[in-house]
Design a protein around this ligand. Structure first.
Ligand code: NAD
Length: 367
């Protein structure tokens, strides 16, 4: 083993990545109502940044305080809409100057997947806390580099895992992890959309920007869900690419992929993700009953039932609730809990790496 491999292993060991750390905790223990709002700068003003900004605008503890964009027209539009001071508007070239701006507390990276690493590391070096959209990065190695950079800069890091604050999904975590219906034996998790990527120019189907097809974008939720229902880590995966019905568009990335995950308890998860049809579903079968959601992962409203009857929880503004929860940690100087931390993002991407390896080699991959 060379020195670099040993150092990386020591680093992973220090982070305690061997242990299962998912927990149901979703708010700091000692919350002191803040005297100021958390000032958030969004990097990349695309579709999802728009949803986040709307959630932040109605949140209790956050403000859209800054933006980073390469499109001057968007800067003008957002400046007006969210009343953003000109001094808090950056482009991709002058972004590092954010280090000198005390009016920004946290940078939220909402760029194409393969750009997450560069901007998360630049934000950390600027001394800002960092939130990164899923997937944290496109390889487990890149995730570790982000985690290392944030640790070195002594800033906090979270992945924008909105479902950790969503009542139906929190119920799935509770039912599974607390073995309310006994040990879960089987999880089925699927997320797919029928998406028209036109001539194939969109970043989602360009491997250098996306890191892959629906597995990176949607399948990551299925991995997450299986892990948070079971409260344990997969030990092996077996994966198969689906057929390419539209090979002109899906030249560089998969159009769909199906995989199985094995867990130490004996539980198995079977998962599918696709860009060629719609599916949004979580199902768990335990020793003494079943529990399920469909829709389960999108923005709701969700429908859930168990073998004892229907679930009944409020429909929430997921982006608002997530941002208020993140703000409570940061404004109280409390560490993010492991289940939304960078380590959590790393664990999912490590499984993504193994799934691609399995689909490419046709072999079962031990993680
Ligand atoms: P999008 O295409 O709508 O937005 C991407 C933004 O990045 C655009 O503003 C674009 O101008 C900018 N950009 C900068 N450099 C670029 C480049 N070289 N190529 C392409 N765009 C570039 O994408 P999106 O749907 O907003 O996704 C952004 C991130 O948010 C992704 O990581 C995605 O996985 C994540 N996302 C999360 C959720 C969620 O529910 N949590 C939902 C959608 C997307």
């Amino acid at each position: 083993m060379n020195n670099m491999t040993q150092n990386r292993r020591d680093f992973i060991k220090k982070l305690g990545l061997g242990a299962s750390v998912l927990s149901l905790e979703n708010a700091p223990n000692l919350f002191v109502p803040p005297t100021k709002k958390l000032n958030v700068a969004l990097v990349g003003l695309g579709r999802y940044a728009g949803y986040l900004a709307e959630g932040i605008a109605v949140s209790e503890f956050c403000k859209v305080a800054g933006i980073v964009t390469g499109t001057p027209a968007k800067a003008v539009e957002w400046e007006k809409k969210y009343n953003i001071p000109k001094k808090n508007i950056y482009n991709y070239q002058n972004f590092d100057e954010i280090a000198n701006n005390p009016d920004i507390d946290v940078v939220y990276v909402v760029l194409p997947n393969a750009m997450h690493k560069e901007y998360a590391i630049r934000a950390a070096k600027a001394g800002k806390h960092v939130i990164v959209e899923k997937p944290l990065a496109t390889t487990a190695k890149d995730c570790l580099e982000i985690i290392e950079a944030c640790q070195k800069a002594k800033v906090q890091l979270a992945v924008g895992y909105r479902l950790h604050f969503e009542p139906y999904n929190m119920e799935m975590m509770r039912l599974g992890q607390q073995k309310v219906f006994g040990q879960v034996r089987l999880v089925q998790a699927s997320l797919g959309y029928s998406v028209d990527y036109g001539d194939g120019g969109d970043w989602h189907v360009k491997k250098a920007l996306s890191g892959g097809g629906p597995l990176q974008n949607l399948g990551v939720y299925c991995i997450q869900a299986a892990r948070y229902i079971l409260g344990e880590e997969p030990t092996a995966v077996w994966a198969q690419f689906g057929p390419k019905l539209n090979p002109k568009v899906f030249k560089e990335v998969e159009e769909s992929i199906h995989w199985q995950m094995e867990f130490k308890s004996g539980a198995v998860a079977t998962c599918s993700t696709t860009y060629n049809c719609g599916i949004d579903r979580l199902f768990a079968s335990a020793e003494n009953g079943t529990f399920e959601l469909s829709p389960a992962i999108s923005y709701g409203p969700f429908i859930g039932k168990t073998s004892k009857g229907m679930m009944n929880f409020p429909t929430t503004n997921q982006q608002q609730v997530q941002m208020d929860a993140f703000a409570k940690y940061l404004l109280n100087n409390q560490p993010f809990p492991d289940h939304i931390s960078g380590i959590e993002g790393y664990k999912d991407v490590k499984v993504i790496d193994a799934i691609y390896q399995s689909a490419e080699t046709g072999r079962r991959i031990v993680i």
